[in-house]
Design a protein around this ligand. Structure first.
Ligand SMILES: C[S@@+](CC[C@H](N)C(=O)[O-])C[C@H]1O[C@@H](n2cnc3c(N)ncnc32)[C@H](O)[C@@H]1O
Length: 288
């Protein structure tokens, strides 16, 4: 780890030495340097945090120490842990992620719950802006008779979603389509449309965490003043027939603006679900 903490003597790196060095290198960059150092060393050695401490005096083979050093340096550059590990848990399952997709967020599990609550098995479900595929694949697994279509404009995101479909054995049940929002899709073809679209105001760019601002795909984050995708989606709400539902994840402070857009587009707000921080996060809209 040049430019950082001192190196352990060659061939003498014990687990505890590497934890100390990693912690020292990450201090000032991340909130929990010791925990993250343990997470990354555990990943390389395939050991849990408890196992690392139980074997604190064991020597670490040099190739593993080098891999760990690389991970620590990349994390100090604020690359998100999920990209370093290549995976993230979502709704109890593991999804592959890389910088082509947004890292699935816990808030989005509320959106999935809302979709499951109003989706009969056998329903036709559309996920707009699927990214890693976490919403579409979870719905396909939890509602095994549903027919799911997932769209994204980004070919890279669709490649990650395809890998996740294979990982979860739903490649025959989730159809991935490259499309701009709802274009190329037949009106009335879906009972439920769900979307976690980009919803950050570009003006917020400087205030975002470096992990998000510098490493997650901009096309997954930003939407003009934050409302551009809701405007476009809701202007196309003739896509839904009477009684069909659109479920949206929204950002902090966007509830009233999105409600207004929905009502002007002929959709009523059925439910609003707050996340664990009390922020209105999910809207269920229904076509009049
Ligand atoms: C906020 S991310 C959500 C990803 C995933 N659904 C999730 O919840 O983790 C938004 C996704 O919308 C996609 N996207 C952006 N513009 C789009 C458009 N015009 N049409 C379709 N997808 C779009 C991005 O590529 C990105 O994958």
């Amino acid at each position: 780890m040049p430019d950082g903490p001192k190196q352990p003597p060659p061939g003498a790196a014990r687990i505890v030495d590497l934890l100390d060095l990693g912690q020292e290198h990450l201090a000032g960059s991340v909130e929990q340097p010791r925990r993250e150092a343990a997470l990354l060393l555990g990943e390389v050695l395939r050991l849990s945090e408890a196992q690392l401490y139980a074997r604190a005096d064991d020597d670490v083979p040099e190739p593993a120490a080098l891999s760990y050093g690389q991970l620590i340096r990349r994390r100090a550059d604020r690359i998100p842990v999920a990209y370093l590990l290549g995976r993230r848990e979502f709704h109890g399952r593991t999804f592959a992620v890389d910088p082509r997709v947004l890292i699935p967020r816990p808030e989005t599990e509320h959106l999935v719950e809302a979709v499951l609550n109003c989706t009969e098995d056998g329903a036709r479900v559309l996920d707009v802006g699927t990214g890693s595929g976490c919403i579409a694949i979870t719905v396909a697994l939890e509602r095994p008779a549903s027919r799911v279509v997932a769209t994204d404009l980004s070919p890279g995101a669709l490649a990650v979603a395809a890998a996740n479909c294979r990982r979860h054995g739903v490649e025959d049940r989730v159809r991935l389509v490259r499309a701009d929002l709802l274009t190329a899709l037949r009106p009335g073809a879906f009972d439920v449309v769900v979307s976690n679209p980009p919803y950050i105001d570009v003006g917020e760019w400087p205030s975002l965490m470096p992990e998000v601002r510098d490493h997650e795909p901009p096309e997954a984050l930003f939407a003009g003043d934050g409302l551009d995708f809701y405007r476009r989606l809701l202007a196309a709400s003739g896509f839904l027939q009477a009684g069909q539902r659109l479920l949206l994840e929204i950002g902090k402070g966007q509830l009233e603006a999105v409600r207004g857009l929905a009502e002007r587009g002929g959709l009523d707000v059925e439910w609003v679900v707050a996340d664990l921080a009390g922020i209105p996060r999910v809207m269920t809209l229904r076509r009049r």
